[in-house]
Design a binder for this molecule. Structure first.
Ligand SMILES: Cc1cc2nc3c(=O)[nH]c(=O)nc-3n(C[C@H](O)[C@H](O)[C@H](O)COP(=O)(O)OP(=O)(O)OC[C@H]3O[C@@H](n4cnc5c(N)ncnc54)[C@H](O)[C@@H]3O)c2cc1C
Length: 444
């Protein structure tokens, strides 16, 4: 048996730790915060007494590594999945648009869903169908240097179909503006989510707050297998000898020796751990080029619901992208309603004050639900300034491989080279791949 230190107890670090513990390895998990969970966590809000996620998270049924991780820790029934893909959207003025995919094989289910989309003109549906046919290989695949905007123009997509299908998808899964986001990253999502099987595209919402969904369960799984879990124990630096990683120095000054180290922290935190003399290495220099993209969420308690016919609603062509009726998802009916509002790639909202975000909320609700009256009981803003890396076109090349150029060091995190945009699935996949690589390395 050999010892692996994992730095970071987000999804990537926990997924790696669970895989290694299952293989009977000695695992030490270091986490700088007292609670873990990283960018997918929940906490109790002092003012309302409610437990909020740091942001509403959506999953897809094609998140196979995530589902395997949740099964391993006994949390797989913590997600509510749709039977078939269904997305409702609202336009300014209150008109609805619905994409509802029938139980047909992929990608026929999506083609039929698009063709029968309520509230969309025939010209726009024809454009979507054309894209579907082209996606089947008749047009050159986008490379990472092409933006979604350029690619969609190349596919002859109309503004009408972009507003109700492509734009919500791109802002949602890439957390970036279609004008800058990479079309190759979008293609990766289309292939996994929409073109493999019908089931893959179904959306899932956690039934319980995120920390209860996986943080508590994963930590207890690890403790039962004797893992050394250190919360509130930030790593300060990698310990190195002869150009290899041999352990970790903690902020407390303690040094822990290891046969191998898996870094599962975000890019900036990773670079802070490196010895000064390694910063010139091309792989580590590229990591320094990756930019981030924010997400702003509001948790709003209203005296009554704004809508009750769907768990979540996209807002067509507006600054707020999604509304989630959290009370409906939690099975609560009548009375006060907890709503989550999500702004992706929120580069402008992230700098706004809480007061101006309340004004934005009122303004947008008047625009999209003009007849609806309501009163706000509680309003909580959560700004995640570095929610994900930016998937701007041309940046994939800067994401590092899981096997680092340094002996004894493996890389995990949603931002490493998984072929996927920075999502839960990318994080968990990277953790599983880093654990597999570490086991392989141990046997060498
Ligand atoms: C608001 C929001 C909404 C999102 N919505 C979705 C969604 O709907 N669907 C989806 O798939 N994805 C979504 N994501 C993305 C998803 O949350 C992330 O991809 C995922 O949580 C990243 O996990 P990770 O383990 O790679 O990194 P992190 O969660 O960042 O984990 C890294 C951990 O390392 C710790 N750490 C940092 N430095 C040190 C150090 N020196 N020593 C020890 N520990 C350290 C941190 O405290 C943290 O716990 C969303 C993200 C945000 C912020």
């Amino acid at each position: 048996m050999s010892r692996t230190i994992i730095i970071g107890a987000g999804l990537a670090g926990m997924a790696a730790a669970v895989r290694l513990a299952e293989a009977g390895e000695e695992v030490t998990l270091l986490e700088s915060t007292k609670a873990g969970g990283g960018r997918a966590r929940s906490f109790v809000d002092g003012a309302s007494g409610r437990e909020y996620d740091n942001g509403q998270h959506l999953l897809m049924a094609c998140y196979r590594e995530t589902l395997a991780f949740l099964r391993a820790i006994g949390s797989h029934d913590g997600i509510y999945f749709q039977r078939n893909l269904k997305v409702d959207l609202v336009r300014p003025g209150g008109d609805r648009v619905a994409l509802s995919c029938p139980p047909l094989p992929a990608p026929l289910h999506l083609a039929t869903g698009l063709l029968t989309m309520r509230g969309v003109g025939v010209l726009h549906k024809a454009a979507a169908l054309r894209a579907g046919l082209l996606l089947r290989g008749e047009v050159k695949r986008p490379d990472d240097n092409e933006t979604c905007d350029a690619w969609l123009s190349r596919l002859g997509q109309t503004a009408g179909i972009r507003h109700v299908f492509w734009d919500p998808l791109i802002w949602g899964v890439l957390n970036d503006d279609p004008l800058v986001a990479s079309a190759a990253m979008l293609m990766a999502v289309l292939e996994r989510g929409f073109m493999s099987t019908r089931d893959a595209s179904r959306l899932g919402v956690p039934r319980v707050p995120l920390s209860r969904l996986y943080v508590d369960q994963a930590l207890s799984f690890l403790r039962q297998r004797g893992a050394d879990i250190r919360l509130g124990a930030p790593a300060r630096a990698l310990e190195t000898r002869d150009q290899a990683v041999t352990g970790v120095v903690l902020k407390s000054g303690e040094t822990l020796a290891a046969d191998r180290v898996i870094s599962a922290v975000p890019p900036k935190a990773f670079l802070d751990l490196l010895p000064e003399s390694w910063s010139g290495h091309p792989v580590y220099q590229d990591i320094g080029r990756l930019q981030t993209s924010p997400i702003v969420n509001f948790w709003v308690v209203l005296d009554r619901p704004l809508f009750t016919d769907t768990p979540f609603l996209g807002m067509v062509n507006g600054p707020i992208h999604w509304l989630f009726n959290r009370s409906l998802i939690d099975g609560e009916t009548g009375g006060e309603t907890l709503l989550n509002c999500t702004i992706s790639a929120a580069r402008s909202a992230v700098a706004d004050s809480a007061e101006s975000l309340v004004d934005l909320f009122h303004g947008e609700m008047r625009r999209y639900f003009p007849k609806q009256e309501y009163a706000i009981r509680h309003f909580r803003v959560i700004k995640e300034k570095r929610a994900t890396i930016s998937h701007a076109a041309g940046t994939y090349q800067w994401r590092p491989e899981i096997i680092s150029p340094t002996r004894g060091l493996f890389m995990a995190g949603d931002w490493v080279r998984t072929g996927l945009p920075a999502t839960i699935e990318s994080a968990v996949q990277s953790g599983h791949e880093a654990a597999a690589a570490a086991l392989e390395h141990g046997r060498a």
